[in-house]
Design a protein around this ligand. Sequence first.
Ligand code: SF4
Length: 337
Amino acid sequence: MPSFIPELVLVRKTALEYPLGSELKERFEARGIKLILYEDRIPALHRQTFREGYLAAKRVMVLSVWRQGEFQTCKPSAHYQLPLVSGCPGLCEYCYLNTNLGRRPYVKVNVNVKDVLGRAEEYVRRRKPEATIFEGAATSDPVAVEHWTGSLRNAVEFFAALDGAKFRFVTKFTDVDGLTAIEHGGKTEIRFSINCTSIIDEYETGVPRLKSRLTAARKCAGAGYPVGFLIAPIFAFEGWREKYGQMLRLVREYLPEKTPVFFELITHRFTTRSKKIIRQAYPDSSVPMEETERSFKYGQFGCGKYVYPGVVLKELKEFFLNEIERLFPGAKILYFV
Ligand code: SF4
């Protein structure tokens, strides 16, 4: 799958004061990509419908500057989000970012990478002797733009040399060659987000297919990174046992025996807000979001979500736990939700 090339780049003027900002501007100009400079506010893209605006924004990259505030926390998978990139050019219909980014799903790159890493170091120092874990993909898929930014590479090398720090990120993208030849010290964990092929074909546009992701995972494992798989969202559709069984067997085939792997398992859920956005952005989507077929679960902040009923969750859980244990004996399953 060809790497992401933006159709339009919005450049905050102050981003040009940083090496990555000015370098990217030159590279985009050399390729004839349209650039627009802005002062403080990211210019709005005026389109007639939500869907048109949404799709247009997915082809936009914003070069911005991290404002030197506090990092957002990132429980339970890490202590802090690392604000290098937000957004993603992929078009997965059920994407969790749809709810966060709504109308403005463009890829925003913070070019002052040194400032971000410098602040990360402060957090690590403050929390010592406890280790501090940073998540690089809380609001993005940073690998999608790594061939432009190189920010992950910098972060991986930075954390490799920093005592008391760990780094992790998750991706559906496969541009990992820049990461496999660098020093990571085993301190960066790379998770690949996967699903069975029928779900990928149906709902995941603009992202690499399963076998490409597994090839990338194998490269990362071969380079000594701790590698995991985020299986999400898991759907209970007709024939799910067979399809997810095939997927797990394929993962097994792609990974050399004895590669230590771990799994995170997330069943499909939706909120009233995410359903509304998906319906606007993907009017023909067949992502199952029928409230009557789900159980309602109150969330932490009062807003609730629709999850599979207990009996379905139990079946899914038993299946995944058994199959993973059978194919990957001893592999850790960090959680099933
Ligand atoms: Fe969303 Fe991940 Fe798909 Fe990007 S790859 S659209 S972040 S689900």
